[in-house]
Design a protein around this ligand. Structure first.
Ligand SMILES: [Cu+2]
Length: 233
């Protein structure tokens, strides 16, 4: 081994050692949550938010969280971010979108937690238009498009940094969660009423089940994407 390769290795070892002493809180673990619907089936697309009941150590904000517009869909369909995070809207369609916040809820009567709208130019020459949004107000924002009325997505802004969206197996894993009592909250785009708050004891690496108070219908396939009507070649 030459000195030029040995030095970076020593530096890397030093960084790992430093992380052991200054990184995670002394007592923290990983909580795996499995969300089930009222029929006991795994429930995807559920925003899961876990909040310690006491004071929690400050957590670093995530890297900008992408929500892609592709095939006239918002991908992912449900996104949850902590307050202060940056959400990055990226248009990968060869036509414009005009992203906007919309009222939500079962009657479309709940004001979005945050109001915004902006146009995103079509993908052209491999260049994607993107727009950043700072998530500032906890709550839910229904996402729509001023041009394509059927486009729907959901952005949940969480007061707590421990968040995730359940996958096809209903699972979310929350890392670096301090030990102690936590409140577990769920939100699903089709819910008619709030989900009950569940109290859980986080301790080391643990697994818990959380249950929705209804059984969402499987999400319909989105409509076929429109023609590239406002692009020029
Ligand atoms: Cu659109």
């Amino acid at each position: 081994m030459t000195p030029s390769t040995a030095l970076p290795r020593r530096a890397a070892l030093g960084l790992i050692t430093a992380a052991l002493f200054t990184g995670a809180p002394a007592h923290a673990g990983q909580l795996q949550v499995t969300v089930l619907d009222a029929d006991g089936k795994p429930a995807p697309d559920v925003a899961v938010m876990v909040q310690p009941t006491g004071i929690w150590p400050s957590q670093p904000l995530p890297e900008p969280v992408p929500i892609v517009q592709q095939g006239s869909k918002f991908l992912p369909y449900v996104t949850v971010v902590p307050v202060g995070a940056t959400v990055r809207f990226i248009n990968r369609d060869r036509y414009d979108h005009h992203v906007r916040s919309q009222p939500g809820g079962p009657l479309g009567s709940i004001a979005p937690a945050q109001q915004f709208e902006f146009r995103l130019a079509a993908l052209r020459g491999g260049k994607e238009a993107a727009q950043d949004l700072k998530a500032e107000n906890p709550g839910v924002v229904t996402l729509g498009c001023h041009i394509h009325g059927s486009m729907r997505g959901h952005l949940v802004i969480s007061a707590s940094p421990w968040t995730g969206v359940s996958d096809e197996r209903g699972r979310v894993t929350l890392a670096n969660l301090p030990d102690g009592p936590v409140q577990l909250r769920l939100w699903h785009p089709d819910q008619l009423v709030e989900q009950p708050v569940q109290r859980v004891q986080a301790s080391g690496n643990a697994s818990v089940d959380a249950t929705l108070n209804f059984a969402p219908k499987p999400r319909r396939a989105p409509p076929a994407p429109p023609r590239d009507y406002n692009t020029t070649y």
